[in-house]
Design a protein around this ligand. Structure first.
Ligand SMILES: NC(=O)c1ccc[n+]([C@@H]2O[C@H](COP(=O)([O-])OP(=O)(O)OC[C@H]3O[C@@H](n4cnc5c(N)ncnc54)[C@H](OP(=O)(O)O)[C@@H]3O)[C@@H](O)[C@H]2O)c1
Length: 328
């Protein structure tokens, strides 16, 4: 099979397309012939040598894909050769084939092409598990997602809107403001021009938001807690603004607030909040919203696997809106 590795950490040019032996399915696994793979910000970190795949996972980049099942391992039930699927992966998606635990497979949502389904597994699993399963966002709640123009942000705005929440988001330019508006965001804050804590306070009569999905980490910790309502939940999933910050416990305690930090990639497959349980919950609750058109994958571009370096450079530029896909 053809696959993408970054054997020497570096810029986009460090990515190499190599020939590797085809994977075979172990017990409980299937092999997928890949149609497309989604890019994720963590892939840039892996390329730079900062985010290795979990132990036992392949070094081939790529945390999600879509394609057709081509082999089924021992003990797998419910999937057959020829099924069209999308999958959450620990790694291995930037390739022509990948072996994946069957619990991380999901059917292609109704109405979506096989290629475009590659835009969904990582954002759907991340947003659903953090915002709803962990953050307990409900109808009528106020929700803030930072980075409303990115892969995670474009999906989170639509999902929270579909669930009946009032959606706040931060964006970095007027063009991205317009895009967030189209997706259903109620209050859009340009983080280069406005202070999100002030806007949230103004718009909620000083109450704050119930759930925040944060990609910035250290840089926004204090301000995120200021923007939380009493009993609010701050769920941190990214570290784009650094890893170390000071936490004012009195401020959090007085609000009876929670700060939660999670990662999808390092979770076990099994268990109540494992990858298989998250994928099953996504199929049950999110796929009907995709099939009805209430939530659509926002895809900035689809580039062939040979242009993987261009795809990484595009994500690094920050000029994209939504997901970037590699087609195989
Ligand atoms: N923990 C997990 O399990 C998990 C899983 C998936 C993703 N993530 C994390 O989620 C984050 C988003 O991932 P992605 O794939 O959606 O990446 P992406 O498409 O590259 O989006 C990154 C976003 O960050 C925004 N941003 C940059 N500086 C900002 C600032 N100062 N304030 C607010 N937003 C800012 C950008 O907004 P502008 O373009 O408008 O500047 C952009 O929307 C990443 O940090 C990623 O590592 C975590």
């Amino acid at each position: 099979m053809r696959a993408v590795l970054a054997t020497q950490p570096g810029g986009p040019d460090a990515l190499e397309i190599v020939e590797l032996p085809d994977p075979t399915p172990g017990p409980g696994e299937v092999v997928v012939d890949i149609a497309a793979a989604g890019l994720n910000r963590a892939d840039l970190l892996q390329r730079q040598g900062h985010y290795p795949p979990p132990p036992g996972a392949t070094d081939v980049l790529g945390m999600e894909c879509s394609g057709t099942v081509s082999a089924v391992g021992e003990g797998v039930e419910g999937w057959q050769v020829g099924d069209e699927v999308c999958a959450l992966l620990a790694s291995g998606g930037y390739a022509t084939r990948v072996a994946v635990p069957a619990g991380q497979l999901m059917p292609v949502p109704e109405g979506l092409s096989l290629v475009d389904a590659a835009a969904l597994p990582e954002v759907a699993a991340t947003v659903w598990s953090n915002v709803v399963m962990t953050g307990r966002l409900g109808e009528g709640d106020a929700f803030l997602v930072h980075g409303g123009s990115g892969g995670i942000g474009t999906f989170a705005i639509q999902l929270a809107h579909a669930l009946g929440a009032r959606v706040f988001t931060t964006v970095g330019s007027p063009q991205k403001r317009a895009a967030a508006d189209e997706l259903g965001a109620d209050v859009i804050i340009d983080y280069r021009e406005q202070d999100f804590v002030e806007v949230v306070a103004e718009q909620t009569g000083g109450r704050g938001v119930d759930v925040i999905l944060d990609n910035m980490g250290a840089k926004y910790l204090t301000r995120n807690i200021s923007a939380l309502a009493d009993g609010g939940r701050l769920v941190i999933i990214g570290m784009q603004g650094g890893v170390k910050a000071e936490l004012n416990i009195a401020q959090l305690l007085n609000k009876r607030g929670s700060v939660i930090a999670t990662a999808l990639r390092s979770r076990p497959v099994d268990g109540p909040m494992g990858k298989a349980a998250i994928c099953a919950s996504v199929v049950e609750h999110v796929w009907p919203l995709v099939a009805s058109g209430a939530v659509v994958p926002v895809i900035h571009d689809r580039l062939p696997l040979d242009r993987v370096a261009d795809a990484h450079a595009l994500m690094e530029s920050g000029e994209h809106r939504g997901k970037i896909l590699l087609t195989v």
